[in-house]
Design a protein around this ligand. Structure first.
Ligand SMILES: *Cc1c(COP(=O)(O)O)cnc(C)c1O
Length: 394
């Protein structure tokens, strides 16, 4: 789009126009595996990347391209590429950028699967990984200044919603030429734009808020063209390609992204305040609460605090969590987040299912923690539902 409309207009229109066929008002789902050329010279020009076009859907596909373009537009980035899942894009980004002997600095609270890449897979390829305490900005700055190819951040984090000061850490990274990558899944482009805050690459599990309906997996990364080209090159070869049907479902979900996020921002803040005042609750982790340790930073770099929170029951056991969540009427107990329905679950079966109990304890994630993904239901109903479920503890 030529002029710059606001986010809520871009979620609906961006990227679509030139792909609409024969007056269709919706993007076509192009299932074709390959794209034919009568003219061998034209085919060659496209294959060499000198002319726009598609060759083979493992590499690029029209429906998938519309999805990439929409997210690129919302994140104010130069370029974007996608993958079959969030982990597909995270692993493609890390393996596409890093080589043996490179050093990567990151934080302990990244998403569970991401943590496995840092702890298990990168070291196998002689890539050096330094995990810092997520909110210890001085430690992160110190480690980055010792030299690093990539600084990998996630803010807010999963599940305890820790917040890192992106502009501050970008400054440290720029000083040594490190590439800053931010997982923006929890915030979404509606609440936070890491590229505007100075990051080089921003990525999403599109499975969550972008799609928003828990019916399609996907991942996307946006940023400078030369970096995106490196990630794309790795992803076209590893083959973790986003399916056109999933791209379409996510695109459809994204039309209501701003509406959903605004609703979830508002409801989550009300619910977090309610839970914080409840006698059966030990602690609530939500960046929108003044009691949250990252509240001031969140206020500076986010436009809204998002739909994700977690909280601890005073009765801090997995067994109590089980009793509580099975009483909720309007919440799926499931390993997902960011959908129109409210979703709850303990980290042991959701974000950190890949970790052992000892590893979770080391990460400061109590067994009795409940992750709460606020849906778009009526907030009054969600609060009454929590109230009746919490009654067993009072
Ligand atoms: C879910 C999630 C991922 C992984 O995404 P998948 O689509 O499940 O592969 C990565 N980061 C965050 C913050 C997530 O919540």
């Amino acid at each position: 789009m030529s002029e710059n409309p606001r986010l809520g207009t871009r979620t609906v229109w961006a990227g679509e126009e030139e792909y609409l066929m024969q007056g269709a008002t919706q993007v076509p789902v192009v299932h074709s595996v390959s794209f034919g050329y009568r003219d061998l010279d034209e085919w060659l020009q496209v294959a060499l990347g000198r002319k726009e076009g598609h060759i083979y859907s493992r590499n690029t596909n029209p429906t998938v391209q519309v999805f990439e373009e929409k997210v690129r537009n919302l994140e104010d980035a130069e370029a974007a590429t996608s993958a079959a899942t969030g982990m597909g894009i995270i692993s493609s980004t890390l393996f596409g950028l890093l080589s043996a002997e490179d050093r990567v600095v990151t934080v302990k609270d990244t998403y569970g699967g991401t943590n496995v890449i840092f702890n298990e897979f990168l070291p196998r390829f002689q890539i050096k990984v330094k995990l810092c305490d997520t909110t210890d900005h001085e430690q992160i700055e110190k480690e980055v200044s010792r030299g690093s190819k990539v600084l990998y951040l996630e803010s807010p984090t999963n599940p305890t919603t820790k917040v890192t000061d992106i502009p501050r850490l970008v400054k440290a990274a720029k000083a040594v030429g490190a590439i800053v990558v931010v997982d923006n899944t929890f915030a979404t482009p509606i609440n936070q734009n890491p590229i505007q805050l100075g990051a080089d690459l921003v990525l999403h599990s599109a499975t969550k808020f972008l799609g928003g309906h828990a019916d399609a997996l996907g991942g996307v990364v946006c940023g400078k063209k030369d970096l995106i080209d490196q990630v794309y090159h790795y992803r076209e070869i590893n083959g973790a390609t986003l399916h056109p049907m999933s791209a379409y479902l996510i695109l459809r979900g994204m039309k209501t992204l701003e509406l959903r996020i605004q609703r979830q921002n508002e409801s989550a803040l009300r619910i977090a305040r309610y839970l914080e005042s409840h006698s059966a609750i030990e602690r609530v982790y939500y960046p929108g609460l003044p009691s949250h340790e990252g509240h001031q930073i969140a206020k500076q770099q986010m436009r809204g605090f998002g739909g994700m929170m977690s909280f601890m029951l005073k009765e801090n056991t997995l067994e109590a969590v089980g009793r509580f969540i099975t009483r909720l009427r309007f919440a799926h107990a499931a390993a997902n987040l960011g959908a129109v329905e409210t979703i709850v679950g303990p980290p042991a079966t959701t974000s950190h299912v890949e970790c052992t109990q000892e590893e979770r304890a080391k990460l400061g994630i109590p067994e009795g923690l409940i992750r709460y993904s606020t849906g778009i239901e009526n907030a009054e109903d969600l609060i009454s539902d929590l109230e009746q479920a919490l009654d067993i503890f009072v």
